[in-house]
Design a protein around this ligand. Structure first.
Ligand SMILES: C[S@@+](CC[C@H](N)C(=O)[O-])C[C@H]1O[C@@H](n2cnc3c(N)ncnc32)[C@H](O)[C@@H]1O
Length: 229
């Protein structure tokens, strides 16, 4: 067991429910093509798991997977690693990836904090994406937010020098916390001026939770930083 303090962040609640036939097919029949099951305490050889060796972008918490699917289709020159605990979303994404014959996408169905702590090598990722992470908006729950100093230290270590961090959220208070955490970190540099949020870049498709936020009248804040070690 690692003594990494990140293990204390419990950033998700497991959602359950009936799986559709397509989700089951993705989770069971197609798992060996798309799923990765890391071994305890062992770093995954990421270059060996993808069809082609090219830059790897990690997305944590892809939800139903629709935006990650679209990105993987749009960017065949990147490999995408998605980590999500929501089974229905994992099954759906794998099923859709298969329909689109994608070979640049792999999935881990575990807690991303554990996987990053124990199974991802330093300087192995070219980018890190976190879209509409659970906001834990009540003050007493802020400690469950995934974006915290220790977590971002770990992300910086796993990213290559010059790698990027792209986050988006529809909760202003969380956006401010993300900005503060990234700006005070010695390695992360805003791609825009200090304290400046980005507009959604064209490469980021609108996500399911983003649409939900829009219906509730929320704003959207994108943050794009580089990792300069
Ligand atoms: C609010 S949803 C957003 C989903 C998607 N990105 C979107 O914008 O539609 C956040 C997702 O992050 C996942 N999640 C939160 N913490 C996680 C963790 N530590 N490891 C893996 N998945 C996590 C949750 O299961 C949930 O599906």
């Amino acid at each position: 067991m690692s003594d990494n303090t990140n293990r204390t962040i419990q950033s998700f609640v497991r959602r359950s429910g009936r799986l559709s036939a397509g989700q089951k097919y993705g989770l069971n029949d197609l798992w060996s093509q798309y799923g990765i099951e890391p071994e305890a305490g062992q770093a995954i050889d990421l270059n060996a798991v993808f069809h082609k060796q090219q830059d790897i972008i990690l997305e944590v918490g892809f939800g139903n997977g629709d935006s990650l699917l679209q990105m993987a289709i749009n960017e065949p020159h990147h490999n995408f690693l998605g980590i999500e605990v929501y089974e229905a979303g994992v099954g759906r994404l794998i099923n859709e990836a298969h329909k689109n014959n994608l070979t640049n996408l792999k999935i881990i169905k575990e807690d991303a904090v554990d996987i990053l702590s124990n199974n991802i090598s330093a300087s192995s990722l070219a980018g890190f994406q976190l879209y509409f992470a659970d906001p834990w908006h009540k003050k007493k729950h802020h400690k469950r937010r995934i974006v915290q100093n220790e977590f971002m230290d770990m992300i910086s270590e796993k990213l290559i020098d010059g790698g990027f961090v792209h986050m988006a959220t529809d909760w202003e208070h969380y956006a401010q916390q993300m900005m503060e955490t990234l700006e005070k970190h010695t390695h992360f540099k805003n791609t825009l001026n200090a304290h400046t949020y980005s507009v959604r870049p064209e490469r980021r498709p609108i996500t399911k939770f983003e649409r939900r936020g829009e219906r509730l009248g929320h704003g959207v804040w994108d943050l794009i930083f580089t990792n300069e070690k």
